[in-house]
Structures are given as C-alpha cells and as structure tokens.
Design a protein around this ligand. Structure first.
Ligand code: CO
Length: 137
C-alpha cells in the first residue's frame, strides 16, 4: 500500500523563520507558502531527495495544528505516505477497524488528495495518506 514517505510535517510558530532556517543552514529551497483554509494552516515544502519536509503554521489557535502547538510545542507533527489509490487504502483501513480522522479524501497542500489516520490507531503517529494528482513519483 505504501509507496514512499512523501513528507514529514513539522508544526512551527513562524513558517517564514522556519523556512529561512532550512534555507540558510541546510541549503533547502522552500516553495511559496500556501494557505489551506479548510485545515487552518499555511504550509510550505522543500525537497530532501525523493521526500519532502512540510512546514505547517496554524492560522488560528483553534485549528488542529494550533492546538497541537499549544499542547506539545513546535516539532514533528505527522508523516505522509504516498499511496496509489487513496479510496482503496481508506476502505481497507476502515474494514480493518483502523480509526480514521478523514473518512473521505480531502484536498491538501499542492492539490494532492489526502486523508489523516488517527494517531490512536497508528501507535501515536498522526499518519497522512497522499495520492498525487499525476503519477510522478
Ligand atoms: Co502533510
């Protein structure tokens, strides 16, 4: 089911400062920050080989990432695995009784189709499944 680690998501207070840090200290090239209104976040990504790091800043303290920051502070937030068929993956997990946050795919940053699996059912790790718009690995 899992093709690769598509990205690791980091929760940050200031996406500009975090992007600058990775650009200046590690030579990363962060993309334009993009607001995902439905999730209450601004996100930007940079490539690390075949995978990416996603920096996520909440747009309000009441958003899920805002609450995460208040509770746990900045740091690792979620892993995103690329899958070929998101509906099929969700169906399989549902049939196996795995707790999902998103019963149906949503549109995430970069126009990807995505859904979150609840960390309770995934050994404490918030797990995102991503299906890319076109088949570029
Ligand atoms: Co993500």
């Amino acid at each position: 089911m899992l093709k690769k680690i598509y990205h690791l998501g980091y929760a940050v207070q200031d996406i500009g400062a975090a992007a600058r840090f990775y650009e200046e200290q590690f030579g990363a090239r962060a993309g334009e920050p993009e607001e995902v209104v439905e999730q209450g976040i601004i996100a930007t990504m940079f490539d690390v080989g075949e995978s990416k790091i996603e920096l996520v800043q909440p747009t309000s303290p009441d958003s899920p990432v805002g609450k995460f920051l208040a509770k746990k502070g900045e740091g690792f937030h979620h892993v995103a695995f690329q899958v070929d068929d998101l509906e099929a993956a969700l169906e399989e997990l549902r049939e196996n009784g795995v707790e999902l946050i998103d019963e149906e795919p949503r549109i995430g940053a970069g126009g990807t189709r995505m859904a979150f699996v609840h960390p309770k059912g995934a050994f404490g790790v918030l797990t995102e499944l991503v299906e890319l718009p076109e088949k570029d690995d």
